[in-house]
Write a protein of this length. Structure first.
Length: 365
């Protein structure tokens, strides 16, 4: 039987009462991620290792022989994609990441087609999945659900890893991993992420990608974060408290246009009005012109800055920006496939074999 993760060492009630930073050690096994549930579980060496592995996977996959090698790594494994919340990029990039490593996949994307429609609990659903699969990748509109399911499985007779592919408004750790990887690739000839200024704009209150990326950026040196949003969609106090605790430079403002010239990277987000109904109201019509990026704004942007967006977009970035080389959101999207493949390979302890193959074949990290 596989060695159980350290979530066996704590009750759910005690785990849930911990701060996010204190939860992190329970998600690791011998210094590597066993579950991937929160951004706070990753430190800088781990981010560097995942980025290096993602680059090698990306380069190995360019040849037929290399792809055959990668697909042989986890051909004996199966993964369940349990996505009860709509997704395009996250779902498809995890599918592709699994295929790169030879993993067969199953999926539940609509719980009305599963036994949950008959009243089965989510706990029983994931225990069922663990009987047939070796990994669960899950996305839900319920905050904290992935952590709860990971605890349930870790304390069952069939413990398997769980990857959080987005939970409620609180966490999207693998999006933050691909965002960091994109920033690293963008700045690798400019001293890396250290010392850069990152401007976040849009719906920062309900944007889980912003929350997770802001947390990961705190492991780098002298990174300044600027949060530019309407007051009712501004970043939440718990993130600002974390930045204060770690003595991170930041500014909160409603003037996005004025912050563009300061940015080494701009992180655009859409207004997440799908949450409006859940919060007790109808979808609100908002004027987002002050928080959008158009071709005219390119003149304000540094020549070597980059524009990111977790996608999907609506009208917060005009399509004429796509042609500018500083717009890296399509590369960012593709990077999701490589970093997620690297994460899965690391969880299943295949990074050593991948690095060895790369070195034998003269493939740099």
């Amino acid at each position: 039987m596989a060695k159980r993760a350290t979530l066996t060492a704590i009750s759910w009630e005690k785990y849930e009462a911990l701060s996010l930073m204190k939860r992190a050690p329970y998600l690791m096994e011998n210094g590597r991620p066993y579950h991937c549930l929160i951004a706070q579980q990753f430190d800088r060496p781990q981010l560097d290792s995942l980025g290096s592995l993602a680059t090698r996977v990306r380069r190995i996959a360019k040849t037929e022989e290399g792809m055959k090698f990668l697909q042989s790594q986890l051909a004996h494994k199966r993964a369940m994609l349990y996505f009860s919340q709509p997704s395009s990029r996250t779902f498809l990039s995890f599918c592709a990441a699994c295929q790169i490593l030879g993993i067969d996949i199953g999926e539940v994307r609509d719980t009305s087609t599963s036994s949950e429609f008959k009243g089965e609990s989510k706990e029983d659903s994931v225990r069922t999945f663990s009987s047939y699969f070796d990994l669960i990748i899950m996305r839900s509109q319920m905050g904290g659900l992935a952590e709860r399911m990971a605890w349930v499985l870790s304390n069952s007779e069939r413990p398997i890893p769980v990857i959080n592919a987005g939970s409620g408004k609180d966490q999207h750790p693998t999006q933050a991993l691909l965002d960091i990887y994109t920033l690293h690739r963008s700045f690798e000839d400019r001293g890396g992420i250290d010392g850069k200024t990152i401007v976040f704009t849009g719906d920062l209150l309900r944007g889980r990608t912003v929350r997770s990326l802001s947390c990961l950026l705190t492991v780098y040196n002298d990174v300044k974060q600027i949060f530019a949003a309407p007051k009712d969609l501004q970043i939440s106090d718990d993130i600002l408290a974390l930045l204060d605790q770690r003595k991170i430079r930041y500014r909160v403002t409603d003037d996005f246009k004025g912050a563009i010239s300061e940015a080494d990277a701009i992180y655009m987000t859409r207004i997440q009005d799908e949450w409006d109904a859940e919060e007790g109201g109808e979808k609100k019509k908002r004027d987002i012109s002050n928080y959008s990026f158009t071709g005219r704004d390119l003149k304000r942007l540094k020549k070597d800055a980059v524009i990111l967006h977790p996608l999907p977009r609506r009208d917060e970035i005009s399509t004429d920006v796509d042609r500018d080389p500083r717009a890296v959101y399509w590369r960012q999207m593709r990077n999701g496939m490589w970093i997620r493949a690297a994460l899965i390979a690391t969880i299943f302890k295949r990074e050593g074999m991948i690095h060895a193959y790369a070195e034998q074949n003269g493939i740099d990290a």
